[in-house]
Design a protein around this ligand. Structure first.
Ligand SMILES: [Zn+2]
Ligand SMILES: [Zn+2]
Length: 95
C-alpha cells in the first residue's frame, strides 16, 4: 500500500470537510455522518495498511497516536487513552 493512496484520501477528506462547512447548521450532524465519516474510516484503513499508526479510541479519530490505551495493548491519542475502542469491544464480546 503506497503513501500516495494515503495522501489521496487525506485530500478527499479535506474536500469533504470543506463541503461540510458550507452545510446549513441544522443539517450538519447528518451531513457529517453521511459525507465525512466514511472518508475518515477509509483513511484509517489505508493508514493502517500503510503501517501508519492510528488511534483506536474512536472510529472517526485521526489524531496521531502518541500513547497507548490503559491496557497498554493499542495505540491511542492522548485524548482517547481511557476510552480504547478495541478494549471496549473486547469486554462487550466477553459478556
Ligand atoms: Zn484519538
Ligand atoms: Zn486497548
Amino acid at each position: 500500500m503506497s503513501d500516495d493512496l494515503v495522501a489521496f484520501w487525506e485530500s478527499e477528506l479535506k474536500k469533504a470537510e470543506e463541503r461540510l462547512k458550507e452545510t446549513p447548521a441544522r443539517y450538519k450532524e447528518l451531513s457529517y455522518m453521511r459525507d465525512v465519516v466514511p472518508y475518515k474510516i477509509i483513511l484509517r484503513m489505508v493508514r493502517n495498511k500503510a503501517d501508519t499508526p492510528i488511534c483506536w479510541g474512536a472510529y472517526d479519530c485521526l489524531d496521531v497516536p502518541l500513547s497507548q490505551c490503559e491496557a497498554g495493548k493499542h495505540e491511542t491519542c492522548e485524548k482517547h487513552r481511557d476510552s480504547c475502542f478495541l478494549c471496549k469491544g473486547r469486554k462487550k464480546g466477553a459478556k
